[in-house]
Design a protein. Structure first.
Length: 210
């Protein structure tokens, strides 16, 4: 594959829409059965947050085997509210392998070893690429739906594997630093709020305080 040549995403990856709500049936909040990844489970850090994930029975999951996830897949949100999770993407790791993905998502699975999932994750998440794709969504009421074809026809520039690894590694490191700073800001904000309340409590406890 020539370096940095543009290919359609569909030529590089298998793109599959999630099962219908009827196929999935009723999702359970009980931690039993097989988890189903939905838009609300995808974080802005491109990960799956399983803290509130819903499940289907193992019998239902067995009948929906073709919607099973495996390590290296990407889950892409194709349906959501304007300004919400539409276009959000997460990379599937060992922990999520054998889980299912829901009706409002697409599964992107590289067909070839010529494109790395980590590189593809960052490429699709770039603001210019993300905006170009999501601008093709159709809105019905308060919900936007992205046609599978809009994602399938997205041009993807594919540099050499070495360059892909370097790009993904650098961006992963930046994301790690951003997350560390975000957690530090949240910690300091909580500390500030707590300190303010302590000071106010002392002030209000003094006799004669209005």
């Amino acid at each position: 594959m020539p370096p940095s040549q543009a290919h359609r995403l569909i030529d590089l990856c298998e793109i599959v829409s999630g099962p219908s709500g009827q196929q999935l049936g009723r999702l359970s909040t009980r931690p039993e059965g097989v988890p189903v990844v939905s838009p609300s489970d995808l974080t802005t850090e491109h990960k799956v947050d399983a803290s509130n994930i819903k499940h289907v029975s193992r019998w239902t999951a067995a009948a929906l085997e073709r919607f099973q996830l495996r390590k290296g897949d990407l889950v892409y949100v194709r349906q959501g509210t304007p300004g919400g999770a539409l276009g959000r993407t997460a990379l599937i790791g060992f922990a999520e392998a054998t889980w299912l993905f829901g009706a409002a998502c697409l599964r992107i699975r590289p067909r070839s070893a010529a494109v790395l999932p980590q590189y593809l994750l960052h490429y699709l998440g770039h603001p210019l690429v993300h905006g170009r794709i999501t601008s093709q969504a159709h809105q019905s009421g308060t919900v936007e739906t992205l046609p599978s074809r809009a994602l399938a026809m997205t041009p993807v520039f594919v540099p050499s594997l070495g360059r892909q690894r370097a790009i993904a590694g650098a961006l992963n490191e930046i994301d790690t630093q951003i997350e560390a700073h975000r957690q530090l800001i949240e910690k300091h904000d909580a500390l500030r709020q707590g300190l303010l309340m302590d000071l106010l409590s002392d002030a209000f406890a003094k006799p004669g305080t209005p």
